[in-house]
Design a protein around this ligand. Sequence first.
Ligand code: FMN
Length: 475
Amino acid sequence: MSTAMIIVVIILLGLTVVFIHDKTQRQHTILRNYPVIGHFRYIATAAGAYMRQYHYLPDWAERPFNRLDRNWVNRSSRGLSNLISFGSETSPTFAFRNAPFPVLDEEKHGYQGKVIGIAEGPGHSKPYMPKSFFNISGMSYGALSHAAVTSLSRGAKMAGIWMATGEGGLSRYHLEGGADLIMQIGTAKYGVRNEDGTLSEDRLRTIAAYEQVRMFEVKLAQGAKPGKGGILPGNKVTPEIARIRGIPVGKPSISPNRHLDIGNIKELGEFVNRVRTVTGKPVGVKTVAGQPKFFDDWMHDCVQHPEHCPDYIQIDGGEGGSGAAPAALAEYVGLPIAEALPLLVEARDRHGLKDRIRIFASGKLITPDKVAWALCMGADFAVSARGFMFALGCIQSLKCSSGNCPTGVTSSDVRLIKGHDSTDKAQRVMRYAKRVHEEVEIIAHSCGAADPTELEPHHVTMIKSGVNDMRAPST
Ligand SMILES: Cc1cc2nc3c(=O)[nH]c(=O)nc-3n(C[C@H](O)[C@H](O)[C@H](O)COP(=O)(O)O)c2cc1C
């Protein structure tokens, strides 16, 4: 055999070994789905740190999430250190006001928790006491693969956090891990609809009978597409998804722009009350801020008719994500969370509903600094969708609606989903949620608060010189 032949044989043997290794390891979906060539991604990523000074994109420049934030989630989910060297790479638009005498380790206490719902009086139900202030925002089974939903459900259970179903209904994958769940009722009422699209109280009762389903959520809007219902392209509507949603296989699943039976504040209150009465569980509303007067009128109605009161409101910033959204809505419609959250908090508190209605904030709140900012600004809880997608291994390839997500997170292609190992990814979800918890506590202690529930507006201030994602209010 010639020398050249020997070299070729050695290279082929080497590649075969790498191929077998990549296919059998369980930590990297990219390598399982793209054996051998997938290594170029890791080589390019590692080399990038050294090449950036020669005009590669800086770490804070990528959209929608910069590499710094994505790396933070990625490293946290893998249990790696997030300590940085030399100095900060960003120029934030807000800063926490550190206390001159921060909280000592002996003085800090665990998260106190905040109950959702009331046990007695108008609008009563079985209150829910979450264990965490950071939880998983709704993403449908359909937008996400079954493997991703399973990973989230298992990881959420291990971390002691809740997970919202998104508008695609409740699937066996949500239930499998045993996590606390919020069942979302989208404008098409998937999972709880009659054939004509109206609310089925029988289906609602069946779902409420699951102990794991702790609350229900009426979705008015999400930040990526206010005024447009859910969009699931036909290639993602498999027989199982069609069955859960109650729609035909292979046809696009398009929800109406709003609930057909909710066209004003009174009807919204009546619908909330109806769902709560049927299920006996707390009911929230997810929406996006547009006109401030709406919050004022809504809170006024809640005071006049306490039975109309939602137990929580999730306020989603206009920068929120989606599996599929029209670009014009995603880019330009809906106030960003930095403007929306203070508006809602102010309206709720002015009407004396601070202890009655909990506020969840969402919109790129994926790192401890953003979560702590939201808590300071009056949110009772922060929730994230894409933070948890990164924990699942999402690489921001922006292919959610195609079904061809390379990491199996939003794929509908079984070959790509196969690479996603739910045992490993559930651990990552758990580690990420816990790291956010720990580091929000570190910020709280630095500000002199013994636990994150004590964070208040005076602990944070906007600063002008930033180049970061968080935009300052325009007022
Ligand atoms: C893939 C994907 C699917 C989503 N599906 C839903 C959904 O079914 N219902 C909903 O209310 N929001 C949905 N959202 C929006 C998120 O729940 C969340 O409100 C938004 O992305 C902001 O959080 P984030 O910035 O942490 O991602 C989805 C988002 C993504 C990325």
